[in-house]
Design a protein around this ligand. Structure first.
Ligand code: 5AD
Length: 354
């Protein structure tokens, strides 16, 4: 176990069987030691900076039917809304005043959000806030559409791969969605020039040491700039309503392992992590995460973007409570960075130091 962690720190990669062995026996890992290594790695590249991104949940319509997700199309009880451009811009306006320099536009795969309409929104945000980064998280689209949005000024794209094991992917998704297509999208995004975020839920039904080993092999090959990783939380109107949630312990451990694999990655301590534990986000940062994404959506729609049950939306994860968040981060030795917080680049990626 110890030898495998040493090897990971030295080489930033493990063989698939090594990953599987490490992950199967993860309960034996010295967690305090692992977290302090991951935190040291974060500090080496980012100092005490934690980056904030303002999350705008633009639409809760979705044409997909992912089994885990509360806004899947067959959920008749999901409340649906779509923000118009003026509302999205008003969210950015408020966010800018509060100090945000990255706006993340996230939505279900909503046919009502047309490629040209999104491009126009991106252009409007970049014209109004030229010093800000725009991140899109709108799902799978043809390469031409990703290119259109990139040309409109979008900087980053979040598209979690969800699991890198094809059978597990099929257990989480309807048959029309495939891992192969997901990965094609991720490659297209990187190729176009986006900073790209992949990622997966921790503790999703069917996840195992074997599927997690596939996730780590994918991450160490693809080397995304960002990795979104949060616990699976059941949503009561989905087929996975009765499945257990992912644990805090596993999420922290996997965050730390991602930090050791991709030392310069932007790694959010997610809202889902904050939802399963009151100090979830701080603990995530202490395990190597370095991004938080407070909710900038209009308060009236926040409850409607219900991917899972009991999602936090009124406490310090709300963008208007940035002062509260700053205080909580200060208490763990971190400061909120005001810059756009771009991926720091690969040059000089120091190996062999942890
Ligand atoms: N629990 C936790 N995360 C979820 N997501 C969707 N449904 C859930 C859930 N029930 C995550 C997916 C998706 C991201 C936007 O939210 O990983 O990529």
């Amino acid at each position: 176990m110890k030898a495998l962690l040493e090897k990971l720190c030295r080489q930033r990669r493990l063989e698939r069987e090594e990953w599987e062995g490490l992950l199967a026996r993860r309960r034996e890992i010295d967690r305090a030691g692992l977290f302090s290594r991951a935190e040291a790695e974060r500090r080496r590249h980012f100092g005490d900076a934690v980056f904030v991104r303002g999350l705008i949940e633009c639409s809760s319509f979705c044409k997909n039917d992912c089994r885990y997700c509360g806004i899947r199309r067959s959920n008749r009880r999901a409340a649906r809304y779509r923000l118009d451009r003026a509302t999205v811009l008003a969210c950015c306006e408020k966010g800018y005043e509060w100090g945000f320099r990255t706006f993340v536009l996230q939505a279900g795969e909503d046919p009502g959000l047309t490629p040209e309409g999104v491009a126009e929104t991106v252009r409007a945000i970049k014209a109004r806030f030229p010093d800000c980064a725009v991140t899109l998280s709108l799902g799978e689209f043809p390469r031409e559409v990703y290119q259109l949005w990139f040309d409109a000024g979008a900087d980053r794209y979040l598209l979690r791969h969800e699991t890198a094991d094809p059978d597990h992917y099929a257990c989480l998704h309807p048959p029309e969605l495939t891992l192969a297509h997901r990965l094609d999208c991720l490659r297209d995004l990187k190729d176009i020039g986006y900073q790209v975020g992949a990622g997966f839920m921790v503790g999703s039904p069917g996840q195992s040491a074997r599927t997690l080993a596939a996730d780590f092999c994918f991450l160490q090959e693809f080397r995304p700039h960002m990795v979104g990783l949060g616990p699976f939380i059941p949503q009561k109107d989905t087929p996975f309503a009765a499945e257990p949630a992912g644990t805090l312990e596993d999420t922290l451990l996997l965050l730390a392992l991602v930090r050791l694999t991709l030392p310069r990655a932007l790694l959010p301590a997610t809202t889902a992590l904050g939802t399963i534990h009151p100090q979830g986000r701080e603990l995530g940062i202490l395990a190597g995460a370095n991004v938080v994404m407070p909710n900038l959506s209009p308060p009236a729609v926040r409850g409607k973007y219900a991917l899972y049950d009991n999602k936090l939306c009124t406490g310090d994860e709300a963008a208007e409570h940035l002062a509260g968040l700053k205080k909580r981060l200060k208490a763990i030795g971190c400061t909120v960075a005001v810059s756009r917080g771009d991926f720091p680049g690969a040059e000089g990626e120091a190996k062999n130091k942890c």
